[in-house]
Write a protein that binds this ligand. Structure first.
Ligand code: LMR
Length: 329
């Protein structure tokens, strides 16, 4: 073989190799901390289904539920290191990356999940998706879970005084910490995967969460009372790594964003229904008592927690709080 033939052959091999490599699907790991039978668990599976349908052979989405791949403590770091490509932390878990998202943690800010939805779709809400790009995080959308209820290992849970001195597990959010301090309780930041055991062993007395999280984690089996406080919200931002995202081919980016939009619609429609069903399942299980609250009770909780707003107003921004308030009808 002369040198020309060798060079041509080498070129052909290199080309074939490059083609084979480029034919490999892009593997997208999507890690989250909740069970599959929750709005986020279902949303992640829907995203996989639609993304693989829209981009056949181009992407492969691997979903890891229940902190199997990364838990709360590690998932954001892992995303920035490129060990996972999609995560969907609750909005309370971005404290270290932006103070703006703390708006979602202000107690009794939103009347219902429809108000949360309107705010997320407003210009200010959408702008928050890009509020962490400087830190390497790009928000692709919001998913609902729902409003939070309060639970404890006590029989009496009706008025703010009933939680004085009790220990509560909270998500890693300074607003939530201040909220429980305003109640005279002792908050403890803790990863979601550790909550069941902490409740069971009495490391903490109570926690706050949605019906779907309470039911799927069996918190109702280790709590005595769940008060229907609806005092805050647990929703999610689906985030990816800016650098990784920007390097994707345009058609892949487009397909993934479309899959995200479809999964968002699906998860959000499911959220209300799933939480209602899980509330009923908890009632039927007959383990924890569900404590309804009167208007007067709710007003007392609101009054005790609301001073938290002032404390975080400067960090969050008055305008953003006003915009969120405007989404209540
Ligand atoms: C929690 O930590 O209680 C929740 O944020 C878990 C989740 O992702 O819904």
């Amino acid at each position: 073989m002369n040198t020309r033939t060798v060079a041509a052959l080498a070129g052909a091999i290199a080309f074939a190799f490059a083609a084979a490599v480029s034919a490999q699907p892009i593997v997208i790991k999507f890690s989250h901390v909740v069970a599959e039978a929750t709005p986020k668990g279902q949303g992640a599976l829907k995203f996989k289904e639609v993304a693989e349908k829209l981009l056949p052979g181009k992407v492969q989405v691997q979903v890891f539920p229940s902190s199997q791949l990364f838990g709360d403590a590690k998932e954001l770091e892992a995303l920035l290191l490129g060990d996972v490509q999609f995560i969907a932390p609750s909005l309370s878990k971005f404290d270290r990356y932006t103070k703006k998202l703390q708006v979602f943690d202000l107690p009794f800010l939103f009347d219902d999940i429809e108000a949360v939805d309107r705010f997320q779709h407003s210009a200010q809400g959408k702008a928050l998706l890009d509020s962490m790009t400087g830190k390497g995080l790009k928000g692709l959308g919001y998913w609902h879970n729902g409003l939070k209820e309060l639970s404890t290992n006590k029989d009496q849970l009706k008025r703010p005084d009933d939680v004085k001195g009790l220990k509560f597990r909270i998500q890693p959010s300074d607003v939530l910490e201040a909220q429980f301090r305003a109640l005279g309780a002792n908050p403890q930041k803790m990863a979601f995967s550790e909550v069941y055991q902490a409740l069971q062993t009495g490391v903490v007395d109570g926690q706050e969460n949605t019906w779907s999280n309470i039911y799927s984690q069996k918190f109702h089996e280790v709590q005595k009372t769940i008060a229907v406080t609806n005092h805050g919200v647990i929703d999610y931002m689906i985030v990816t790594n800016v650098g990784w995202w920007n390097k994707l081919p345009a058609d892949v980016k487009k397909g993934l964003q479309q899959a995200m939009d479809e999964a968002t619609k699906y998860a959000n429609q499911l959220a209300v229904d799933l939480n209602e069903k899980d509330r009923k399942r908890i009632a039927d299980a007959g383990k924890a008592k569900i404590q309804e609250l009167s208007k007067d009770d709710v007003a007392a909780w609101r009054k005790t927690m609301e001073p938290v707003w002032k404390k975080f107003e400067a960090d969050i921004g008055k305008d953003l709080i006003q915009a969120a308030l405007k989404s209540n009808k």
